[in-house]
Design a protein around this ligand. Structure first.
Ligand SMILES: *Cc1c(COP(=O)(O)O)cnc(C)c1O
Length: 355
């Protein structure tokens, strides 16, 4: 991993914030220029939060089985994605490999960081195109002076297509790729395949992303989780914003993780609704195809995505129009909602059929 880091990150002398400098219990804290006055008593609003999310990471180990020393918490997965790009990619030199159609944030963060994107598209049925991947990586290897491919993102289950990749497929990509392979498991709890976390030990240059934004129903708190080698976690801790997760967000996440039975029940409910919704969507005339989903949404091909999107919007129903994404012509991405929301959507689709 060390050889893949950007020089400025490999040589970084990290900022040492007050909360990192002193660890332990004391009775008088005069080290962080905080205000001793607490205008709303008892909540610690006047104090800086724990930069390492210690209590939250212990809870994550206990509940999610992700080892304490192997996690870093980000302000959503988005912060972790951005940090990975900044850790490894020298702007205008190094590259990131994406397999579109996929999560749009990867490309945006590359653009913001002025890092080139190489696309090896998924097949028309959204599988990994191994022949093209091998061809590209072989070409890359023989042409190193143009900067190298440092990161490869696999989103599994993939947004917006909804399908997941099996562990052997993910392992094969990681074996072919000499940079850091990132597995984004934002929708892991809806997936039929086991987690790529089990592959980390054998693959020190693989990292896995999780989030509390989807199955844990905590999008508002902005909690993303990096699972990676001790070494890589240490580097990310040294370069992230020191106080990247607010105290209230850490608290909310701990509360959420304390009630795992509610979350399990909620996930089971969505999983039960998924085939019901798929069958119902297939009975609608304007629906041409419902792609198989391992997530809490469907990619749905319709007769005219732009017109249908506008029609639904007029009825106060907002879906995601993905028609401009590669191989997603006339596709809408539809989240599985509550029973009432799903019914409202299906009714509107049937009305559209009859117009
Ligand atoms: C929703 C989503 C995330 C979650 O992002 P957060 O910043 O953690 O809310 C990450 N990756 C993918 C592919 C997603 O669809």
């Amino acid at each position: 991993m060390k050889e893949l880091l950007r020089d400025n990150i490999a040589n970084l002398v990290p900022y040492s914030c007050a909360r990192n400098d002193f660890k332990g219990e004391a009775s008088v804290y005069l080290d962080a220029n905080e205000n001793w006055q607490e205008f709303v008593k008892g909540e610690g609003r006047n104090r800086y939060p724990d930069p390492l999310c210690t209590a939250l990471r212990k809870k994550i180990e206990l509940v999610m089985g992700l080892g304490f020393e192997h996690t870093v918490i980000g302000n959503g997965s988005d912060e972790i994605i951005d940090n990975l790009i900044r850790m490894f990619c020298t702007p205008r030199k190094d590259k990131v490999l994406l397999m579109p159609p996929t999560y749009g944030a990867y490309r945006v963060f590359c653009d913001i960081n002025d890092v080139k994107v190489v696309a090896v598209p998924l097949t028309a049925e959204f599988g990994i195109d191994f022949p093209s991947l091998k061809e590209y990586l072989a070409k890359e290897k023989s042409n190193r002076d143009e900067g190298s491919c440092k990161l490869l993102f696999i989103c599994s289950p993939n947004n917006p297509s909804g399908n997941a990749f099996s562990l052997p497929e993910i392992q094969e990509v990681a074996s072919l790729f000499e940079g850091i392979t990132v597995i984004d498991e934002a929708y892991f709890d809806f997936n039929r395949y086991p987690s790529a976390v089990t592959l980390l030990e054998k693959n020190p240059n693989m990292v896995v992303l999780r989030t509390l934004s989807k199955s844990w129903a905590l999008a508002n708190a902005r909690i993303g989780i990096l699972v990676a080698s001790l070494e890589l976690c240490q580097v990310m801790r040294s370069m992230k914003y020191p106080y990247n997760i607010s105290g209230p967000a850490q608290e909310l996440a701990i509360q959420d993780l304390d009630d795992i039975s509610a979350v399990r029940k909620g996930t089971a409910e969505i999983l039960k609704e998924r085939p019901v919704m798929a069958s119902a969507l297939k009975t609608v005339a304007c629906v041409k195809k419902v792609y198989p989903s391992d997530a809490n949404f469907f990619l749905v091909k319709v007769s005219d995505a732009n017109a249908l999107y506008q029609y639904l919007k007029g009825k106060g129903i907002i879906v995601r129009n993905r028609t401009k994404e590669l191989n997603c012509e006339n596709c809408l991405r539809i989240t599985i909602g509550s029973a009432l929301e799903n019914k409202t959507l299906l009714q509107a689709l049937k009305e559209w059929d009859n117009e």
